[in-house]
Design a protein around this ligand. Structure first.
Ligand code: GCO
Ligand code: MG
Length: 406
């Protein structure tokens, strides 16, 4: 046991790509020893910064860095009311940083500290999006040429609602502003058509995925899932919102399409029954949104007992420290399924030195640097200050303007 203590907890916000990324640095009483963690909740990032600076830092400064489990329980339990994305992301920033420190102290990469590897490379999937079929097809071609074998396809993005005149939305007079409009039935038809064309043009050697993004009513989700069966998907994502979790039972009973959900879950009540009843095939939580690596490791092991594989959420609104932290987990756990991957831009590499190389054979390989193995350049980060983001964007509306919550 070391007697190294938490000296200072600092929070940084930077946007080298698009999203405002929240990075936590836990500094210790040992000179030069620090850890980094991801606390990115891009749509409410200021609240996360306040939760860390005003509540967690004063609680934790002076604690021994060794006791990650107890520190996690303390962060979680000390607010009495808990589980939301703001507090969970705040926890995650500190939690991942403490794991990073533990890895550095042990002189081991995180996957090794967790128990070693279950594989040597991680299969990742990329997105092929476009407003028109030709754009989607171009993107698929380019990804195949780069060696990727798992590709998520979308025409018009979530709900098929952007660009290309894919959907004529018959809005009522004085339709509400704020929210992106889509027509669920047109979206369903255009998605089936998209996949028909993709399979006919690209054959059956690539694995395909699709994200409904919780935009359908129960029976429509079932109907689309059944129609998608013929395209042999790797999985169909977020067919329903978490509040309709029980309905996965009917999807499971009536369709053979592999089902994935989890990116907006925040606590075990949301996934427990889905997993225990084996109503889903893949759990894809956003690790910082459930509170960091500590709960993610437990979640993965719980899922393993039921034969549910992981497909952790990997969009561009996770900082590279968080992305690579979850890749260490992927590397270790037995029930890894696939990892969503958005690549790293030059700007991200500048702010976060140590990001893995881009795959050339569809696999990501991790370095054996101790801890997470990704650093944070505070000066470079200042070149990319937080941006104004359109907060209405995640709310969707069907044609008459009724709000649809993911
Ligand atoms: C995905 C997700 C993302 C989210 C985004 C929200 O599967 O990658 O659905 O695209 O919409 O992370 O900010
Ligand atoms: Mg998704």
């Amino acid at each position: 046991m070391s007697n190294i203590r938490i000296k200072k907890i600092k929070v940084f916000v930077t946007s080298p790509r698009v999203a405002n990324l929240v990075v936590v640095r836990v500094e210790t009483t040992e000179s030069g020893l620090y850890g980094l963690g991801c606390a990115t909740f891009t749509w409410r990032w200021k609240a996360v910064v306040a939760a860390i600076e005003d509540y967690l830092a004063p609680l934790l400064e002076g604690r021994c860095v060794d006791d990650i489990e107890d520190i996690w329980q303390y962060m979680k339990g000390s607010s009495y009311w808990r589980n939301g994305p703001v507090l969970n992301n705040a926890l995650s920033g500190v939690d991942e940083a403490l794991w990073d420190i533990k890895g550095k102290l042990a002189a081991m990469p995180l996957y090794s500290l967790l128990g070693g590897r279950s594989r040597t490379g991680l299969a990742v999937y990329r997105h092929a999006d476009g407003d028109t079929y030709d754009e989607v097809a171009e993107n698929i071609k380019s990804l195949i040429n780069q060696g990727y074998r798992y590709i998520r396809c979308h025409q018009g993005m979530y709900g098929g609602n952007t660009g290309g005149g894919l959907q004529e939305i018959a809005k009522p007079r004085d339709a509400f502003d704020g929210g992106s409009y889509y027509d669920p039935r047109k979206y369903m038809r255009s998605t089936v058509e998209l996949f028909r064309r993709v399979r006919s043009d690209f054959g059956w050697d690539i694995e395909l995925l699709h994200d409904i993004h919780e935009r359908l009513q129960l029976s429509d989700a079932l109907s689309l899932a059944k129609k998608m069966e013929e395209f042999d998907l790797f999985y169909l994502e977020d067919a329903l919102p978490p509040s309709q979790g029980e309905y996965f039972r009917y999807l499971r009973e009536q369709t053979a399409v592999p089902l994935a959900i989890g990116e907006i879950f925040t606590n075990s009540v949301e996934w427990k029954r889905l997993v225990q009843n084996q109503w889903i095939d893949f759990i894809r939580c956003h690790i910082s949104d459930i509170g960091g690596l500590t709960p993610a490791l437990k979640l993965a092991n719980f899922c393993d007992a039921y034969g549910v594989r992981t497909a952790f959420h990997g969009p561009s609104d996770i900082c590279p420290v968080g992305v690579v932290c979850q890749m260490h987990l992927d590397m270790h756990i037995h029930n890894f399924g696939i990892q969503e991957f958005m690549g790293f831009t030059d700007e991200e590499r500048e702010v976060f030195p140590g990001c893995p190389e881009m795959p050339t054979d569809g696999y990501i390989y991790l370095s054996d640097r101790p801890g997470i193995g990704v650093d944070f350049d505070e000066e470079a980060a200042k070149k990319y200050p937080p941006r104004e983001i359109p907060h209405w964007k995640m709310l969707t509306r069907i044609t008459d303007g009724t709000a649809v919550r993911p």
